[in-house]
Structure formats: structure tokens, C-alpha cells
Design a binder for this molecule. Sequence first.
Ligand SMILES: Nc1ncnc2c1ncn2[C@@H]1O[C@H](COP(=O)(O)OP(=O)(O)OP(=O)(O)O)[C@@H](O)[C@H]1O
Ligand SMILES: [Mg+2]
Length: 447
Amino acid sequence: MTRDDVLKVVDEKDIQFIRVEYLDFSGVTRARTVRREALPDVLETGVNFSTAIMSFNSLDHYVPDPLYGPQDGDFWALPDPDTFAIVPYREKTARMFCDLVDVDGRPWEGCPRSALKRLLNQAQKDLGGTLNAAYEPEGMLFKSEGGNLVPADSSKCFSIEGVEVQAGFIKRVVDSLESMGIPVVQVSSEYGPGQYEINLKYGPVLQATDAMVTFKHVFKTIGREEGYVATLMPKPFNELPGNGLHVHLSLFDSNGVNLFQDPGDRRGLEMSELAYCFTGGLLKHGEALTAIGAPTVNSYKRLLPGSWAPAHVCYGPANRSVLVRVPEKRRARRVEFRSGDGCCNPYLFSAALVAAGLDGVKNRIDPGEPVMEDVGHMEKRRLRELGVRWIPRTLGEAIEALAKDEVIKNALGAPLFNEFIKVRRSEWITYAQYVDQWDRDAYLQTY
Ligand SMILES: Nc1ncnc2c1ncn2[C@@H]1O[C@H](COP(=O)(O)OP(=O)(O)OP(=O)(O)O)[C@@H](O)[C@H]1O
Ligand SMILES: [Mg+2]
């Protein structure tokens, strides 16, 4: 869509309010809503925000020692016409996603979506094809009962009962997504009660990443309107399964040939050399990618061995205990990165995945032999034999591992990388210093 197309649709559909949206380092959408009359100017120059807003964490705390302060002026959120969509559940309202630009109109150093675009341009040159992705979100519906949140239903895994019970909610989510230009491929009732997975059709990485951002808004908003709390939080309760966010990645040339496919593969996974090197990069940077894809304190309460979520850095075919699964051979060749969750900023996550894969291809990183066993139940000795590392055990560990990753730092740019770390670290410190009932139960009587 061009700028003129946007203005035409706005007139034709009598759109009065346009949400101008971008994501901060915590994956929180920040926005201003502009009136229709202001749109031509906004499409030209963008909407200004204080740069300091990027130094806030998801608790809305301004981090200590911030890179951006009151003396650092503004960035401008410049809407991308390709992302224009009418918000189907609001009257006369549309939304657009933005790239952030500086006072001279150049990509702003702290813009996650611009970092992703830069890396995708690089990938196109280095890989000779277009990277495709699909985000695979899981989420849960809760209702309030006696002042507590409980699962909205007691549906069983993949049960038809689950999709029947929530048919109204699911239909509204799917209809809304599709009217916003996001095709849905399938819907399932997932492992936990009240848990659903909605699969989005794969597409070029930027579009797939924008689609994930839209999905999160739609899922949460429709849930709220139906009287639920809808969440992508990774591990809301000890006794319930977690919510993950797998990312499938593949590479196509201009004739639609999948460059990750090679029927002659000596390891029998039908993967090309390019796909192995890309996987090698994902594994080499596994800790850093996890820090970006699973960026909250709560994320690490999901990534436990034996939980079907990955806890170890390795890859394997048809193996749901590893960090990078190669889906079964009957399906198009692709790799699935499994440690992310719905708390991430999908632009940063996609950018880091692309950067890691490119490093693998550039340096011909061999991922080694695939792991065929359930790595979640493997003995320590066997893990050592195979050279398999643990995924960071806490947000604190993940952040420190990320801070050492120079390749990801250079790919994202130092200002964005350093401020992301500062923002995430501030949440870790708040959590680590917080005294709650667990502390008293554990220590008060003993000491
Ligand atoms: N060539 C491709 N490149 C990238 N993604 C693809 C490709 N082909 C299919 N996909 C995506 O893969 C996803 C498959 O989802 P599906 O739930 O079947 O995966 P799964 O990982 O086997 O499931 P689960 O993790 O829930 O067990 C879909 O979102 C689909 O769009
Ligand atoms: Mg999956």
C-alpha cells in the first residue's frame, strides 16, 4: 500500500482515528491515536515521542542510568503504509505500525523494526533468497472466580470440546485477524485447560513479525471483550503448562524453491548445507537468542527439562525436547526455534534469529550431529559426551550471556543492544530484591 492508498481507504471507510504504534524493548506496544485530519502530516513526518520512553521497562519503571534522558529529544514514529489495517472491533479506527526515525529522518538507533529490516536486507544478499517465518503462539484464557483467576474452561488437549466451548471467542479472533490481512492456518485447543494455539500462515519475516504483533493485540482484546483475561504469559501457574512462542524459519529463492531442502542430505534429515549452517548459528547464539526471545523473569519458569519446552542448546529431527527442532520429513523443510515466548519484542527476536543464522552461514558453523533422544531426561554424563549446553536457568543468567555476544551486539547496534540489556536487567533486579510469601515460607521458621 502507498501513502495515497491509505488516505483513499481512510476517506472511503470514514476512518476517524488512526493508531500510530511501535513496540518498546519489552515488547509493550506504545501508541498515540491521531485524528483523520492529521494523517497526511503524520504519514510524512511521523509522530514524536521522547527517546526516554525506550528506557522504561515493562513495569513502567524508568531504568537506572538510562541511555535516553530528558536532554535527548525525540524520535518520530513513522507509519509504514504496508501495515495499515482497519481495527475491526473499534468504530472508525485503523492502526499502523511504525519505523522510528531521528530528527533528520534517518532510522533511529533504538528502532527494533529498522534493525530487523536492515538484517533482512543483509540476509537477502548473503543467502540469495527470502527468509520466511511463522510465529506459532500459544495463549490462555482465564476467568475471575471468587477474586481468583482460574482457567476459563476445562478443555482437554486437542479436544474438539475445547474449540466448541470457546467457539465464539475463536471465531472473533480468526475473523479479526483475517480482516486485518493475516491468514490463519489452524486452531487447536492446547495442552492446558483454557489454552489455545492459533497458527498463522508463514510469510516473509517482516510480515510474519508484524502479524505476530497484531495477533497479540487481537487475542488479548477479544479475550477481554468476551469477559476473560487472555494472556501469552509464559507460566501463569505452577500446576498449568506454559505458553510458548515457536518460530519456524525457511528460505525460498525467487522461483519458490526451498533452499533449506536437500533430499540427498547424508544425515537423512533432507536439509541443505545452508540449513545446517543456519542451524549452527542458531545454536552458537542459543543463549543470547533465548535472552531476547524469553525476556522476563517468568519466562525461565517455563523452560524446564522434561516440560516439552526446551532446556538444552541442541537440535534434532522431530524432537520436541531440543532448542531447534527440525519438523518431521513429511513437512516443508524448515527449522523451529523453541525457547521464545509471548513476552518478547518480535522485531528484536526476528532480528536476532536472522543475525545468528547469518553468522552460521558466513562462518560455515557445523551444528554437529542431531540429538535423537529426549534431552530433558538425559544424564549429565551423556550431556557432557554430546557437548550439550543448558539454556540459561534464570533471566539473570540469560542477560549476562547475551551481554557477552558480540555478534548479536554488532547486528543490532550497540545503543539498542546495551539499552535492551539495561531494561531487562532492571526487571531482574526488581524481582530478585522483592520479598514475598515464598521467602517467609522457606526461611522465617527455620532461621
Ligand atoms: N516453509 C515454511 N516456512 C516457515 N514456516 C512454515 C512453513 N511451512 C509451514 N510453516 C508454518 O509452520 C507452522 C506449523 O504449525 P504447527 O502447529 O503444525 O507446528 P508444530 O511445531 O508441529 O506444532 P506444535 O509445536 O504445536 O507441536 C504454521 O504456522 C505454518 O505457517
Ligand atoms: Mg511448534
